[in-house]
Design a protein around this ligand. Structure first.
Ligand code: BES
Ligand code: MN
Ligand code: ZN
Length: 491
């Protein structure tokens, strides 16, 4: 893949053109294809499917032309270009070219597609497919040589969109690299120092609460979940302040579950359940990615605070146990029934802290919280709990723009009642498996007072893919970085 991708530059290269399935070539596209236009659609590979590539050399362009299917005209949206761009980028990388020109003018015009949105989706597709993470390869792997790519388009709005999209992809790719980083390296301190590094580079503020500071703030969820690990738990706070104006609006608070490893604790994960739990920090990784894009690309007029509840759920003689009772910052007492339901305990701290200290306009938390949401929605949608109509509508728009989909799940007093404890106020895991992912949301609702617009997003099904999916090879998707960026672009 590419070492880097940028917009601009003078180098010529292949020309990327498009066409719709079951349609004739339009005049401008046929003109750019010159004599190749007459029979190109009768080639067997010219299926018109989104991302299908027909490659030709023509006198009209003194390099290759990649004529790419855009799917059906009726079904076409800016988002189709994410898939199209990913396919184009894979081909460009295989051809080892260093530059390419894109001209989809006629098709964007014919479908009245916003050029900036189209460019952004195209940039995202190229940037996402270009992600590699070779830092953990060693001397026994020969790494392929990587080339730099520059992209050009005659349309200013489209090119500016591509720049934006590449910026969003970079944010997702940061989330993916952090997700990929193994738990012996990506410790709690490592996550904190990555956030400090990001803050330094972007002019954000970063503070870390740890040790005594956690005690002082009454963050007993983090303390208890993290106490069996030699890697001490922390609450990482990142703050973006807009350059001027708008700073008076209440901040948006983004909360991320950042479990650097989830062994299950004393309720240890069995069978194949533990492998892959380095990715139990992906809620936090998505939030860090979003903060990267917020500072570099989106630059909203509102203050944004990120709170990362960071711990390792490990096992030792100091581990918290099933039967322990923990008193939270807001006075709610929790009987631990299962130490593997740890995410909700650290998120509870972050929710209390946000409500007490940040005067939040709204809160969005993101977490790999339950296996149950994977059963319910698979990898197609993240589960979203949000009873505030305005917040939910904005998140749904952001999901549409980013293609990081969310599906509404219910809150109800009956689910809250399921969490009652015979000993304390509530349990962290009900004795029944019924409504499993909803139990998590119901638990969290005890830590966010009515009146604060709040969304909980369970990404356990969407934070990684196990087979090639759109622009993603098997591995982390960085889910949420683009969703939350698009959200802040509208909030
Ligand atoms: N981190 C897991 C959830 C998870 C599962 C994430 C699969 C990614 C993929 C979470 O901490 C967990 O262990 N949840 C348990 C909760 C149960 C013990 C109440 C679950 O969902 O089984
Ligand atoms: Mn767990
Ligand atoms: Zn977990």
């Amino acid at each position: 893949m590419f070492e880097s991708v940028r917009v601009g530059g003078r180098a010529k290269g292949p020309l990327i053109l498009g066409y719709f399935k079951d349609q004739k070539l339009d005049k401008p596209t046929a003109d750019r294809l010159g004599d190749a236009a007459s029979d190109i659609l009768s080639r067997p590979e010219s299926t018109g499917t989104a991302g299908a590539i027909t490659e030709v050399f023509t006198d009209a362009h003194n390099d290759r032309v990649l004529l790419i299917g855009l799917g059906t005209k009726d079904g076409f949206t800016a988002g189709t270009l994410r898939t199209v761009a990913a396919a184009a980028a894979r081909r460009l990388a295989a051809l080892k070219v260093t530059a390419a020109e894109i001209d989809l003018d006629a098709q964007l015009k014919a479908t009245k597609t916003d050029r900036a949105h189209a460019g952004s989706a195209f940039g995202e597709g190229v940037g996402l497919v270009a992600w590699t993470c070779d830092q953990f390869r060693g001397s026994a792997t020969d790494l392929p040589k990587r080339t730099k790519l520059s992209l050009r388009s005659g349309d200013k709005a489209f090119s500016d969109g591509v720049t934006r999209g590449l910026g969003l992809a970079e944010a997702s790719n940061l989330a993916r690299t952090l997700s990929q980083t193994p738990p012996n390296i990506a410790t709690t301190d490592f996550m904190a120092s990555e956030c400090k590094k990001l803050a330094r580079k972007t002019g954000m503020k970063c503070t870390v609460l740890k040790g005594d500071a956690l005690e002082r703030e009454g963050l007993q969820g983090l303390i208890n979940v993290g106490k069996a690990s030699e890697n001490a738990p922390c609450l990482i706070r990142l703050e973006y302040t807009p350059p001027r104006g708008g700073a008076r609006a209440k901040p948006v608070v983004l909360i991320g579950k950042t479990m650097t490893y989830d062994s299950g604790g004393l309720s240890i994960k069995v069978g194949g359940g533990m492998k892959g739990m380095k990715r139990d920090k992906d809620g936090g990784c998505g939030v860090i990615g979003a903060m990267h894009a917020i500072a570099n690309v989106i630059k909203p007029k509102r203050k944004v605070v990120a709170l990362l509840a960071c711990a390792e759920n490990s096992i030792s003689d100091e581990a918290y146990r099933p039967d322990d009772v923990i008193t939270f910052r807001n006075g709610v007492t929790v009987e631990v029934t299962n130490t593997d339901a740890e995410g909700r305990l650290v998120l509870a701290d972050a929710l209390c802290y946000a409500c007490d200290k940040e005067d939040p306009g709204c809160i969005v938390d993101m977490a790999t919280l339950t296996g149950g949401i994977v059963v319910a929605l698979g990898g197609t949608y993240a589960g979203m709990w949000c009873d505030d109509d305005g917040l939910r509508a904005t998140l749904e728009q952001a999901a549409g723009a980013s293609d990081e989909r969310v599906w509404r799940m219910p809150h109800h007093a009956e689910y809250r009642d399921m969490m009652r404890s015979p000993v304390a106020d509530i349990v962290n895991s009900a004795p029944v498996r019924a409504a499993h992912p909803i139990q998590g949301a119901a638990f969290l609702s005890y830590f966010c007072p009515d009146g604060v617009p709040w969304a909980h997003i369970d990404i356990a099904g969407t934070h990684a893919v196990d087979k090639p999916t759109g622009p993603f090879d098997p591995g982390p998707t960085g889910f949420g970085a683009r969703l939350l960026s698009e959200f802040l672009d509208r909030a």
